[in-house]
Design a binder for this molecule. Structure first.
Ligand code: KG4
Ligand code: ZN
Length: 338
């Protein structure tokens, strides 16, 4: 089954063709990152306009690259939530029009379910059940993936997402938006013992997390140094910051693996590209006898192939939308039908 998948929830316009949820036929991305960089973050209005400009040509390009025509498409899939509402709407409207014109099923996909499904593309042998650590720009949670469309959230951040903190700290350190990748590179040259940053333990759920205290402590440290004219060792501060984020995530994953008895652990989302987090998770989970699935870097960030992968399993479970499909800025990843 060939699915044409569309993703436009943030600052990447993406169209992919995916066969049977596992094989990427083509994966096209038009990134807007350079445009938003001068503002230090995504400007929603600009994002929506750029999606409109790019999406039609990108869909044609995807078909040409795959050596296919519109007749080869069996279904249309789209990210319908969560994201910047104007941006998501562009993809949803495009997908509705395409499904109507081609008379093919329209499959709504939750963006975070898509991030999890990126692992199905990289690892053909990966099947639920497994645990998944989702770490993106807007979400940080530990999910028990009981089946392709049946999930339970074990724990979540109670405030900021990990990626959001990477971007804020990166911005204050003068790194280009989005700061995560640059901060990661700087951290590899630093000495993490030079700075001490907090690890918080919020609430009573052992899997819940908090990052706002870490973010504030890091920003305060930078501002204080600026005020007293002290030179910050940026690389070491970045190393300490990555260490603190990893120290927040890893013990909760360990606890979840022990508690659930799951041996397979996947990681998903843009922050899954972080070298320190990848290393710590791999070593720790393998130490527990677990099998770790880390997506390759090009599948960590936003893309449409992951939407096409999850769409196949949504389709099999009967999750098909009609022309009433709407876009949502927020929505739970749990199995709510649209
Ligand atoms: O999943 P994603 O592409 O978009 C959302 O759905 O939010 O995640 C983007 C986030 C940004 O915050 C970005 O700074 C972060 O992923 N990121 C990283 C790295 N590469 C991207 N964070 C830490 N280390 C990285 N290497
Ligand atoms: Zn994303």
């Amino acid at each position: 089954m060939n699915i044409l998948a569309v993703e436009s929830s943030c600052d990447e316009t993406a169209v992919a063709l995916v066969a049977d949820g596992r094989k990427v036929l083509t994966d096209c991305i038009a990134s807007q990152v350079e445009l938003h960089r001068i503002y230090g973050g995504v400007v929603p209005e600009i994002a929506s306009r750029k999606h409109i400009e790019a999406i039609y040509a990108l869909a044609d390009q995807a078909l040409i690259k795959a050596g296919m025509t519109r007749r080869d498409i069996d279904a249309i899939a789209v990210t319908y939530a969560p994201g910047l509402i104007g941006a998501v709407l562009v993809g949803v409207n495009f997908a509705k029009a395409a499904a109507l014109a081609l008379n093919k099923p329209l499959i709504p996909v939750h963006h975070i379910r898509g991030h999890i499904a990126a692992n199905y593309l990289a690892y053909p042998d990966l099947k639920p059940p497994f645990l998944c650590l989702v770490v993106s720009g807007g979400h940080t949670m530990i999910v028990d993936v009981r089946d392709y469309t049946d999930m339970e959230i074990l724990g979540t951040t109670l405030d900021d997402a990990a990626g959001e903190c990477f971007d804020k700290v990166g911005r204050v350190l003068g790194m280009p938006y989005p700061g995560g990748a640059a901060l990661d590179r700087a951290a590899q040259l630093g000495d993490e013992t030079r700075y001490v940053l907090p690890r918080s333990k919020p609430g009573s759920n052992p899997y819940d997390m908090s990052f706002s205290g870490l973010k504030t402590a890091t920003l305060n440290l930078i501002h204080h140094a600026q005020q007293v004219g002290e030179v910050i060792d940026t690389n070491s501060l970045c190393a300490a910051f990555c260490g603190a984020v990893s120290d927040t995530l890893v013990p909760r994953i360990v606890a979840a693996m022990k508690q659930t008895g799951r041996r397979a652990l996947a990681v998903a989302g843009g922050v899954a590209a972080n070298s320190r987090i990848r290393k710590d998770i791999l070593e720790t989970a393998q130490g527990l006898g677990g099998q770790v699935y880390l997506p390759p870097l090009h599948l960590c960030g936003d893309n449409a192939a992951m939407i096409g992968a999850q769409a196949y399993f949504e389709y099999l479970s009967g999750n098909i939308a009609d022309m009433q499909l709407n876009a949502y800025a927020t929505k739970s990843i749990l199995g709510e039908r649209v």
